[in-house]
Design a protein around this ligand. Structure first.
Ligand code: AP5
Ligand code: MG
Ligand code: ZN
Length: 219
């Protein structure tokens, strides 16, 4: 085990900045960034059986069934690169997923250290999503206004093409937001009760949000 407890969950609405912050945490503390959304998108791109199962749900802005997610993450956090911790981005997203994770960790005498809620009001979300661009090569995320790439339309890291995600159309974003309120927000109370919840103001600049998170992790 590393010196610091670093089993981290990112909570927050679609577009709150979970992925943006998770990448920075992973880089700074040298732990894996595990994004269920990225895993599913990679599977869709590679036409795997899992990709075929999840695509319809994702395109509609709905959650994929718990049983397609929970085992996948439980297996992933068992890998060697997770011994010093990890940052989970987009999982858990329902109470049953949180319980599946907690049971799996319990069995190993472990538990989550922090659930960080990146708080952004619904009103800011649509603008965030419509400006987001993702690299088809490496998955890096940009924003036309708030985090533009150096060269328009191309990834800073791998030169890949930048595209708008299929589920970032305004109407799908609205659906994802309502799904978030109904199915994922209960996790805030769940982790609060467990004493793991930390809240950061996700409306600040990307670097300011990250500073607030680093303070929590290093406290
Ligand atoms: P997923 O990929 O997890 O999408 P999401 O939760 O909807 O979140 P996003 O990735 O859209 O937003 P984010 O919070 O990562 O924001 P980002 O950093 O990109 O899931 C997609 C789908 O997969 C789900 O709908 C579901 O179908 C399925 N799925 C995945 N996991 C599942 C699970 N566990 N169970 C069931 N189904 C699951 O930032 C957004 C934009 O804002 C970017 O352009 C960024 O540059 C910009 N930005 C970020 N921070 C700031 C800031 N502080 N100021 C200004 N701009 C900022
Ligand atoms: Mg994301
Ligand atoms: Zn790239």
């Amino acid at each position: 085990m590393g010196e610091r407890a670093m089993k981290i969950i990112m909570l927050g609405a679609p577009g709150a900045g979970k992925g943006t912050q998770a990448k920075k945490i992973a880089e700074k503390y040298s732990i894996p960034h595990i994004s269920t959304g990225d895993i599913f998108r990679a599977n869709i791109k590679e036409n795997t059986p899992l990709g075929a199962k999840v695509k319809g749900y994702m395109d509609e802005g709905l959650l994929v069934p718990d049983e397609l997610v929970a085992d996948l993450v439980v297996d992933r956090v068992d890998k060697d690169d997770c011994v010093n911790g990890y940052v989970l981005d987009g999982f858990p997203r329902t109470i049953p997923q949180a319980e599946a994770l907690s049971n799996a960790l319990d069995n190993k005498g472990q538990s989550i250290d922090f659930a960080i809620d990146v708080e952004v009001p619904d009103g800011n979300i649509v603008k965030r999503m419509s400006g987001r661009r993702a690299c088809i090569g490496c998955g890096a995320t940009y924003h036309l206004e708030f985090a533009p790439p150096i060269k328009e339309g191309h990834c800073d890291k791998c030169e890949g093409e930048l595209i708008l995600r299929d589920d970032d159309k305004a109407e799908t974003v609205m659906k994802r937001l309502s799904v978030y309120h109904e199915q994922t927000m209960p996790l805030i109370e769940y982790y609060k009760k467990a004493g793991k919840l930390r809240i950061v103001d996700g409306t600040l600049d990307i670097d300011e949000v990250f500073n607030a998170i680093a303070e929590i992790l290093e406290a």
